[in-house]
Ligand binder design. Structure first.
Ligand SMILES: C[S@@+](CC[C@H](N)C(=O)[O-])C[C@H]1O[C@@H](n2cnc3c(N)ncnc32)[C@H](O)[C@@H]1O
Length: 275
């Protein structure tokens, strides 16, 4: 049994990056589609209380959401994210996970599918999101769900956000990308951790070799390579989103977030590029 619990990490720099981009892309998609079929393959429990044995343990949120909560700059993506999560967590006593964020910004005509493998987290998400009527919680493997259950030729918006507790998760990402023609009508957002810069270079090189059209990569390094503990940063793969302004918006976002979140002055610069 794996021990990953997102509560230990909720609101950290990686959640901040992922949720800002998720909200941005979902809102873009709302302009194009009257009814979105959304799948979160690794949903977690949807809501994380600041006062809890999980979030209190390492207080990772102090290096994430707490560093930008009082942001007064003019980046639209950051401001929209902050406005969205403040509306959801009115008393600011919890950090919302991706399912709660999307449930709040979706239209009633959108259909939201949340896959969570672990029964405790599945029971928690059922409880935490019980007021929403356009959602379906699924207690099963999210990779399996997208592989087996998607209807051919239908378009989906898919968030793939594994814990990468086991290396196998990276291979499952390769597997999805090797079959990318299956998702040609879908929009995909994949999150991944930068655990070591050397291994990450190899990962990116393997992705490049797949020659996928229309795949944007954003990477946000937070720590130098000499830091011994924890993630060095994180990255996103953004597939099949065609709006021209995305690259420009992500470039200004990554620059701003890097200034706000980096933990040393000599951290590598962020990257935004087509792979
Ligand atoms: C990084 S967390 C998800 C965070 C969430 N997407 C968010 O942004 O708030 C990953 C979650 O996936 C769950 N999980 C692990 N393996 C899974 C699998 N194969 N299918 C579905 N869920 C899985 C874990 O229990 C954990 O709750």
């Amino acid at each position: 049994m794996l021990s990953y619990k997102h509560g230990f990490h909720a609101g950290n720099h990686a959640d901040v990056l992922k949720h800002i981009v998720l909200i941005y892309l979902y809102n873009l998609e709302k302009k194009r589609s009257k009814s979105i079929s959304y799948i979160d393959t690794h949903s977690g429990s949807g809501l994380y209380k600041y006062i809890s044995k999980y979030m209190e343990k390492n207080k990772e949120y102090k290096f994430g959401i707490k560093k930008i909560e009082k942001y007064n700059g003019d980046n639209k993506l950051i401001n929209n994210y902050l406005k969205t999560i403040k509306k959801i967590s009115k008393k600011n006593n919890f950090y919302p996970g991706s399912p709660l964020i999307i449930s709040n910004i979706s239209n009633n005509s959108d259909k939201l599918y949340f896959c969570e493998l672990h029964t405790n987290e599945f029971n928690n998400i059922k409880k935490n999101l019980n007021q929403f009527t356009n959602i379906k919680n699924i207690n099963s493997d999210g990779f399996n769900f997208v592989e087996k259950k998607l209807i051919k030729n239908k378009s989906y918006f898919i968030l793939i956000d594994p814990s990468y507790e086991i290396k196998d998760d990276f291979f499952k990402i390769y597997n999805i990308l090797d079959n990318i023609e299956k998702y040609e009508k879908s929009k995909i957002l994949i999150w991944y951790p930068i655990l070591s810069y050397e291994e990450n270079d190899e990962f990116i090189e393997n992705l490049r070799k797949k020659g996928i059209d229309n795949m944007i990569n954003l990477e946000l390094p937070i720590k130098t390579k000499n830091e011994e503990r924890g993630m060095k940063g994180s990255g996103l793969l953004i597939i099949n989103f065609k709006e021209n302004k995305i690259l420009k918006d992500l470039k200004s976002l990554s620059k701003e977030l890097h200034n706000l979140l980096k933990q040393n002055d000599d951290v590598y610069n962020p990257k935004v590029r087509y792979l």
